[in-house]
Design a protein around this ligand. Structure first.
Ligand code: GLV
Length: 341
């Protein structure tokens, strides 16, 4: 194909993402895909990206000052995720590096996973599955076998009423639930539209049968669900985390689950990922876990690939990306100065 003799921008993808991501990028850029599944070390990442104009990364790639220092040509970092706590955005902005992300397209998949964990924890599904497989089901139907708690008609407390929090609330309507929410910004529009009720965090924790977290990891949210807050919850309550590890203090959660401060938990995310089999939480029966797969549906991951790739290509074409994290970067380096293709 005639490219008019222009030099194509060099783009690095730190892991192969789903189609159409790679195809969209390789039509316009010189794309290098790192085929290994394990995250690169810092040094390897720097080696890979040092001459790159664009980087497509995952949430397990830490993009910090060292990376920007070593990769002076970098114009855009496009993450294959909605969360961007792995990227030093402030530093990127100072240096005129555009940071893009993929909100919206994984909202429903993530809300589904929050509900999957919520119901599995309430009805002890993982425990029941192990019980049957391990040959422990010896007496047939029993009045008190694996009792859980009702979901229908219960109260759910949603912490963070952004896109995903709202999608979780919508599903709660089908279960005739009372929906409470807490966020740093009160949303009276949503209260009217969705019939949800704003509460302070303390009151939400005290009143909810289910608490589901939908907030980003920031310096203000790390350790938010600590011993004090877990003690405020009902002994029959279920905690669900599909947002980010570290927001729930795992040592405190272990105490809460083993001492009956709460009934059960469902976690898709961990303080350290991958968590290891010696994590004390994994020894407890009343927790159901998943390996950070809330957006892992064929549909969501392909859409994320399309959005992440288009974000990156748009910036290199000097066009607005679909979803830009750091709007202020335009003041540092306008798009016409970033344009390469
Ligand atoms: C997943 O956790 C994401 O941020 O996309």
């Amino acid at each position: 194909m005639d490219d008019g003799g222009l030099i194509k921008p060099k783009v690095v993808m730190t892991r192969r993402i789903l189609e159409p991501g790679p195809s969209i990028i390789s039509q316009k850029c010189d794309l290098y895909v790192r085929e290994e599944r394990k995250p690169p070390t810092k040094q390897e990442l720097i080696e890979l990206v040092k001459d790159a104009d664009g980087l497509l990364c995952l949430l397990s790639d830490k993009i910090d000052r060292d990376v920007y220092d070593a990769c002076g040509k970098l114009r855009v970092v496009s993450t294959y995720s909605v969360g961007f706590d792995h990227i030093d955005v402030e530093e990127a902005t100072k240096r005129g590096v555009y940071v893009c992300y993929t909100p919206g397209v994984l909202t429903q998949a993530t809300a589904d996973q929050a509900w999957t964990l919520l119901m599995a924890a309430a009805r002890r599904l993982a425990e029941a599955d192990r019980y049957v497989r391990e040959g422990k089901w010896d007496i047939g139907w029993a009045p008190d076998l694996l009792l859980g708690y009702d979901v229908y008609g219960a109260t759910i407390g949603i912490i963070g009423i952004g896109r995903i929090g709202q999608a979780v609330a919508e599903r709660a309507k089908g279960f005739n639930m009372k929906v409470l929410y807490y966020d740093t910004v009160r949303r009276e529009d949503l209260e009217r539209q969705m019939g949800i009720e704003y509460c302070e965090l303390e009151s939400l924790l005290e009143r909810s049968d289910f608490v589901s977290l939908h907030i980003p990891r920031t310096k203000d949210t790390i350790g938010l669900i600590n011993e004090d807050n877990l003690k405020k919850m009902k002994p029959t309550a279920v905690l669900v985390n599909t947002s980010r590890g570290g927001i729930v203090d795992e040592k405190a959660l272990f105490k809460a689950l083993s001492n009956g401060w709460i009934f059960a938990a469902g976690l898709d995310v961990f303080e350290n990922e991958p968590t290891t089999s010696d994590n004390p939480l994994l020894k407890l029966p009343n927790i159901v876990v998943a390996p950070h797969i809330a957006s892992a549906t064929h549909q969501a991951r392909s859409k994320m690939a399309e959005v992440a790739a288009m974000n990156l290509v748009n910036v290199l074409e000097g066009k607005d990306p679909l979803f830009l994290v750091n709007q202020d970067v335009k003041k540092v380096k306008p798009l016409d100065k970033v344009k390469m293709i």
